[in-house]
Design a protein around this ligand. Sequence first.
Ligand SMILES: NC(=O)C1=CN([C@@H]2O[C@H](COP(=O)(O)OP(=O)(O)OC[C@H]3O[C@@H](n4cnc5c(N)ncnc54)[C@H](O)[C@@H]3O)[C@@H](O)[C@H]2O)C=CC1
Ligand SMILES: CC(=O)C(=O)O
Ligand SMILES: [Mg+2]
Length: 567
Amino acid sequence: MSNFSYVREGDEYVLKIASRGREVLANPLSNFGTAFSHEQRAALGVNGLLPPNVMTMALQLKRVYAQYQGQPDDLAKYVYLNTMQDRNETLFFRLLSEHIEEMLPIVYTPTIGRAIETYSQWYHRPRGVFLSIERPEEMESSLSAMDLAPEDVDLVVVTDSEGILGIGDQGVGGVAITVGKLNVYTAAAGIHPSRALPVVLDVGTDNLDLLNDETYLGYRHARVRGQRYDDFVDRFVQTVTRLYPNAMIHWEDFGADNAHKILQRYRDEICTFNDDIQGTAAVVVAAILSAVRRSGLPLSQQRIVVHGAGTAGVGIAELLVEQMVSQGMDPAEAHQLFWGLGSRGLLREGIKVRDFQEPFMRSSEELAGWTLDVEGRYELADVVRNVKPTILIGTSAQAGSFNEKIVRDMAAHCERPIIMPLSNPTSKSEALPADLLAWTDGKALIATGSPFEPVVHQGVRHEIAQANNALVFPGLGLGVAACRASRVTDGMIAASATAVAKMVNSNAPGASLLPSMDKLRAVSARVAMAVAIAAQIEGVAGRKLDNPVQDIHEQMWTPDYPRIEAV
Ligand SMILES: NC(=O)C1=CN([C@@H]2O[C@H](COP(=O)(O)OP(=O)(O)OC[C@H]3O[C@@H](n4cnc5c(N)ncnc54)[C@H](O)[C@@H]3O)[C@@H](O)[C@H]2O)C=CC1
Ligand SMILES: CC(=O)C(=O)O
Ligand SMILES: [Mg+2]
């Protein structure tokens, strides 16, 4: 038996501790710090290792919140929270849950982007599992070293760091995105931190700044690709599914080719999902459904330009097509409503496109009369001028690419332009909401990837929806765990989109297109219910929820110190 085991007894968590003394304080899940009572201190042998006065959690929170606020900048706040998590995880999650809207931009986008870029500089203590392609034979022992009970792991979040947010290849520092995503799982959906595992597959990096940084902590080698990479990923999948038979594997921030390839390879074999493709699609479809309702123009009459038809962009387009088909459209007709752009401009016949982009390619006949730019591409400005889109989606990580001319051109041809600069972190956003409202005379219906403050335009306060997959993946993971789903199906993804969309019921001028991040727990609970019910309908649920509301509610951990048994 492990020295620390978290078990659920009835509706409470009990922490059974076999260790004594300093080891108890060193484990962030068993360390309550100054909140240990005198009886607990005596039983655990930590008397004298703590200042004598016993604090309540409320007083501890007061102290740590003041310390947090005293940090000089956002990165320092991130590092402060990170060290706190390594010290007292229950307190960390309580603080985060109580200030979720304020702290999400610190533990998640945008600040996490900066933290990942500088990982090897501020690194102080490992968190997560580091699996190096240099030593594949160590994979099983490395995962097992986490000492988790096999049947108690609900989630494994994994990255190979090739496409971190919009900041590209970040090598071993990408581990922080898996930790960040899991922190959102816990704060939003109450997934207990002991039931989830963050993992980085360190396959090298093509980031020359990192390779030439003597403090870089990862494998100092160009990114390994091809068969050796595929074998390493496969070994990972086989090992995880054997060690943790109940776990869903969540893929995060892989490069576009590998993201699609891995999802296609494993989606019908194991319980798995790709957050950037499927989670993003669900939240963006929810935002679009809500915008379409407000615009008055049915989905089937929209013309959609996707600027950045990569992992996220094509995922969004595919789910939108599915939505249109479910509303009675023919699939080919639905595809015709989309115009996708990549780094070589419009996806079209005659240029090299990736396999997963092919369904969105345009034929040469359709482009007769269009003008190529000097580099032989159809750029966004040409596409907007010719297509007259009603929806413009940004998943290109090209900051400022939705410029004034393009946006005014779009607005000249539609009453309520739907414009979604979704790239993260904030520095990569295709446009700023205040500019979009100014250039469209307040008519744009907007959602962004990172958080933005409300904008007051001509006396109307516009709440800016944050269309971030954080509104979906926590609930999806919870729903999958609650019903022990064996697969993540398209129906479950579509159900999560509908669940989020249903939570928006205001059509007031300036109202947000999505629920705000301070509703994250309620949103996640609803998504979880919708996902579990869809899993049941699709025949992939391992257990039926008799009372979904109660069952899901009971599964959501609230960060309180558990009852302790010194064993
Ligand atoms: N809001 C959200 O929840 C999410 C936002 N994103 C954001 O979307 C962005 C892209 O992420 P991924 O799809 O994972 O990356 P990706 O690399 O798979 O896709 C980016 C696409 O943009 C294209 N591109 C690059 N330069 C371009 C240019 N000048 N013009 C047009 N297209 C160009 C690339 O060819 C590629 O197809 C990132 O900033 C990421 O943070 C991604 C996932 C979720
Ligand atoms: C939010 C997210 O998953 C991304 O930007 O990659
Ligand atoms: Mg991502």
